[in-house]
Design a protein around this ligand. Structure first.
Ligand SMILES: NC(=O)c1ccc[n+]([C@@H]2O[C@H](COP(=O)([O-])OP(=O)(O)OC[C@H]3O[C@@H](n4cnc5c(N)ncnc54)[C@H](OP(=O)(O)O)[C@@H]3O)[C@@H](O)[C@H]2O)c1
Length: 292
């Protein structure tokens, strides 16, 4: 049986250790769906859960963690702050509310969810939260807009992000951003690792991936996630299906050969699922207020 012990730990620049595979909870509705999916994941051996204030399911995620009976310090819990929570005098308060919703005393990782609004003010407060132990690691999500946006944060801050969350999968491998992060000793976590719900399983139907899956008697999803692991990426596949949740962690009993890895690397076409222009992100994400 696959247990949490099989999932490698990735060491961040500040020494914190994050399980390389986690459960993504975007699209999981607050209540039964989030609660049961997180419980199923923890029962299957996951010890890493990725949520966000914007997903509006933190209460159920926190309740499942509590009810699982697994000690808090054995679970890596990530959440993300929305732009309406950014700014000096605001972000620490928003973090306290987040801890309250989740019913925990600290978070393992907090991201700035989007690269819009007063993200520098927010980062200053996250640096304080890191120092006072309310979070163990701080990161940026979706700052892969362009060099200017990325550098406007990483070059100005006292504590550089330990981790960077971006869309990344075999059809959009994002080599440029992996290199940018590597230069700064920032680890990369991949969202939409299976191509995202919005792509309707396009990558899961890829013939090259399915051929490799057949050889290993694994599913296409397992091959893609194994590829992420062997590339050294952290990945948070999302699912509300307990069978898929179990399947997605059952990837530590086989390896892809160098040739198979090369075949999947060759599928890259930088075809992103999320394509909203930055101007539109600024317009929409600053107007969108995520309520408590
Ligand atoms: N920072 C950001 O801006 C950002 C943006 C998007 C997502 N994220 C994070 O990244 C996580 C992953 O993204 P995602 O969940 O949208 O996309 P994903 O993990 O790429 O794909 C999820 C889709 O794949 C299906 N699936 C999962 N396992 C499967 C399997 N073994 N076989 C067949 N289908 C399978 C799911 O359906 P079922 O439910 O039926 O299994 C769902 O439709 C999110 O949950 C969230 O935590 C972050």
């Amino acid at each position: 049986m696959t247990t949490e012990k099989s999932v490698p730990l990735i060491v961040l620049s500040n020494g914190a250790k994050i399980p390389q595979l986690g459960l993504g909870t975007y699209h999981l509705a607050e209540g039964k769906e989030s609660y049961e999916s997180v419980l199923a994941a923890l029962k299957s051996g996951y010890r890493h859960i990725d949520t966000a204030h914007a997903y509006q399911n933190e209460r159920s995620v926190g309740k499942a963690i509590k009810d699982s009976g697994i000690p808090r310090n054995q679970i890596w819990l990530t959440s993300k702050l929305w732009p309406n929570e950014y700014g000096e005098g605001k972000t620490l308060k928003a973090l306290d509310k987040m801890l309250n919703r989740l019913g925990v005393e600290y978070l393992d990782l907090v991201y700035l969810h989007q690269a819009v609004g007063d993200y520098l003010g927010a980062w200053k407060e996250l640096e304080q939260a890191l120092k006072n132990g309310k979070v163990r690691a701080i990161g940026i999500s979706d700052f892969d807009v362009n060099d200017e946006v990325f550098n406007s944060l990483v070059e100005k801050v006292n504590i550089k992000p330990q981790i960077f969350q971006i869309e990344c999968h075999p059809y959009a491998q994002r080599d440029y951003w992996h290199q940018m992060a590597k230069k700064l000793n920032i680890k990369v976590e991949c969202w939409f690792p299976l191509g995202g719900r919005e792509s309707n399983g396009e990558i899961l139907r890829d013939p090259v991936i399915n051929k490799i899956a057949k050889v290993h008697r694994k599913t296409a999803a397992q091959v893609i996630l194994r590829w992420h692991m062997q590339r050294g990426f952290i990945a948070v596949p999302g699912s509300s299906n307990p069978e898929h949740i179990r399947e997605n962690i059952n990837i530590f009993d086989f390896s892809l050969t160098d040739e198979e890895m090369a075949q999947i690397n060759a599928l890259n076409k930088e075809k992103r699922v999320f394509t909203m222009p930055y101007e539109e992100q600024k317009e929409r994400f600053t107007k969108w207020i995520v309520e408590d």
